[in-house]
Design a protein around this ligand. Structure first.
Ligand SMILES: Cc1cc2nc3c(=O)[nH]c(=O)nc-3n(C[C@H](O)[C@H](O)[C@H](O)COP(=O)(O)OP(=O)(O)OC[C@H]3O[C@@H](n4cnc5c(N)ncnc54)[C@H](O)[C@@H]3O)c2cc1C
Length: 531
């Protein structure tokens, strides 16, 4: 079955909530609309199961819109000798690039070398990376001399530069990919509702049989019943696990050790190229990326243990200083605080051994974990965006093993093209625009306001399309996740916000939370004070 170019479904809130209120028993209920939950919903719906998914905020509001935007096999994990993880991720990389070519594409990386051993050392590792990818490789690793390295990265610090290594991975638009997953799952019959939080689990005896949910717009409550309940709430999974444990009289121990990652966005002039820069080992042994993305450069990231689980975590000044300081060592013109266009923070759901209470995060598992509790609550967390599809398949296998779902063979999601899938021949390093809609671009152009450009690649028609077909309810939904302006240029997002709010009000008939969004823009523009 192929839906990528069909007429878009309407995502009218009233129709979604009316369906939610219908009394029925779903095969599967998924809690959490990030990469993981959406991947599970899509896989299950594609196999013909009846599926409902609830997301307490917007799809991808959590970690899934805050990635470094790399579709990667994980060169780092290769260095740790984790071959199976790398091989699986390389396969997933190629699958994703094939199924959503408008949102995920190959990206060349250059690792510069300033020490004599760096090129041979990293080059050999990357040749192994190519070999593991086999036919799914995106391009061969090449050794570069000094002049070639500078030709690829014209603003790289030339002092002491000896050469470099070029290799290939992928990049993507994470929040738009999440939406494409949601919309493709809906095409397969799944009911997905954002702004609808799971407030409690429903147990019968010691079995979980459903969940209570609250519509965050109206405050109305509903009960959803399902043969199988999947907790895919990212760094927040322990809340439901602990509730589940209490309900059946079995104490559950927390499994997530959150780790914070900060990204800083600067103008393209700091690295005017289609190649990404990777420093595998900074002065203090960390990895630094400078990635061209949607017309800007993303610099990052950090890995800082964190105990609280804020929806909008704040960066630490030390993290911002680290990124700017290290970027300054490798870029001819050092970006300073005044050059920052946006700072965003995401929480990695790293999984710790149950008896580990330490704050170390670099050594924790970056693989995913699927647990089935005594009550039958299935929890999935960890992993990475790139492997969402493999994680989903694993979750369903576990559901079959535990008899929570009748065994049903896979309708292979490895060939399931996502809504919009069509390469538009525009690299993701280019500024945002219609190319991100793939074959739906012409449908966007047919909407009212196609000629009215609001700025930053966003048109009136795109806002209307977001409201009618992409579940957008608030200004933030549009400017943070349908368009990515909050992440690219928070000051411009702030300027466009009133016009977007006005259009959403016309489309949805309710306020679009303009004031809250303006405050959020301030946060993304604010460099924290030094400690
Ligand atoms: C800084 C950083 C950089 C990264 N870079 C990359 C990268 O380049 N490539 C890559 O492959 N991976 C990357 N990752 C990893 C990847 O982003 C995550 O593994 C992935 O997004 C996790 O998705 P998730 O669905 O499990 O969690 P989330 O995206 O956080 O989704 C969980 C959802 O559950 C919702 N929720 C919580 N409680 C409830 C409730 N009670 N009811 C309903 N909904 C609820 C939340 O609102 C949230 O939307 C990065 C991660 C970080 C932090």
């Amino acid at each position: 079955m192929t839906f990528e170019s069909a007429e878009p479904l309407f995502t009218s809130r009233k129709a979604l909530v009316d369906r939610l209120a219908e009394p029925r028993v779903y095969d599967l209920a998924v809690i959490g609309g990030g990469a993981t939950g959406l991947g599970v919903a899509l896989d299950a719906a594609a196999r013909g199961f009846s599926v409902v998914l609830v997301e307490s905020h917007d799809f991808a509001k959590g970690t899934s819109s805050r990635a470094t935007k790399l579709v990667h096999g994980g060169v780092r994990y290769l260095a740790q000798g984790n071959i199976s993880l790398v091989r699986e991720a390389l396969h997933e990389r190629s699958t994703l690039l094939a199924n959503a070519p408008h949102l995920a594409q190959p990206l060349p990386f250059v690792m510069p070398s300033y020490k004599f051993w760096e090129s041979p050392f990293y080059g050999v590792g990357l040749k192994i990376y190519d070999a593991l990818a086999g036919k799914e490789g995106l391009g061969n690793t090449e050794f570069l001399n000094r002049a070639e390295t500078l030709a690829h990265l014209p603003t790289l610090q030339p002092h002491g530069l000896r050469g470099g290594v070029k290799y290939w991975d992928g990049q993507f638009d994470d929040a738009r990919l999440a939406l494409a997953l949601a919309r493709t799952a809906a095409r397969h019959g799944a009911l997905l509702v954002n702004y609808c939080a799971a407030t409690r689990l429903i147990h019968e005896g010691d079995k979980v049989v459903g969940l209570g949910v609250e519509d965050r717009e109206t405050g109305h409550s509903h009960e959803l019943h399902a043969g199988c309940v999947v907790n895919a709430t990212g760094v927040w999974v322990d809340r439901l696990r602990l509730q589940d444990g209490q309900a059946i009289g079995r104490e559950a121990k927390p499994i997530v050790a959150p780790s914070q990652g900060v990204h800083i966005v600067v103008d393209r002039e700091f690295l005017p190229t289609d190649h990404a820069l990777l420093i595998p080992k900074t002065a203090d042994g960390r990895v630094l990326f400078a990635v061209p993305w949607l017309g800007k450069i993303i610099l990052g990231t950090t890995d800082t243990p964190r105990r609280d689980l804020a929806r909008e975590p704040l960066p630490f000044r030390e993290e911002v200083d680290f990124i700017l300081r290290e970027s300054a060592r490798y870029l001819r013109r050092a970006p300073g605080l005044a050059d920052v266009k946006s700072i965003w923070v995401g929480l990695r759901p790293l999984v710790k051994p149950v008896d580990d209470d330490t704050d170390r995060t670099k050594s924790l598992s970056r693989e995913h974990t699927v647990l089935v509790s005594k009550s039958g609550l299935v929890t999935v967390t960890g992993g990475k965006w790139t492997t969402y599809r493999a994680m989903a398949s694993d979750v369903l296998e576990k559901c079959f093993e535990a008899d929570l779902l009748p065994m049903r063979t896979k309708m292979s999601t490895d060939q399931l093209r996502l809504v919009g899938a069509q390469s538009m021949g525009v690299p993701l390093s280019s500024p945002p625009g219609l190319h991100l809609y793939g074959c739906e671009a012409k449908m966007v152009q047919a909407m009212p306001g196609a000629g009215n450009q609001l700025g930053g690649g966003l048109s009136e028609a795109m806002v209307r399309f977001a409201a009618r077909h992409e579940y957008a309810r608030t200004v933030e939904d549009v400017l943070a996740r349908r368009s990515r302006l909050l992440f690219l240029d928070a000051a411009l997002a702030q300027i466009l916000a009133p016009a977007v709010a006005n259009l959403l009000q016309q489309e949805n008939g309710i306020g679009a939370q303009l004031e809250l969004f303006l405050k959020l823009c301030e946060q993304y523009l604010t460099v924290p004070a030094a400690a």
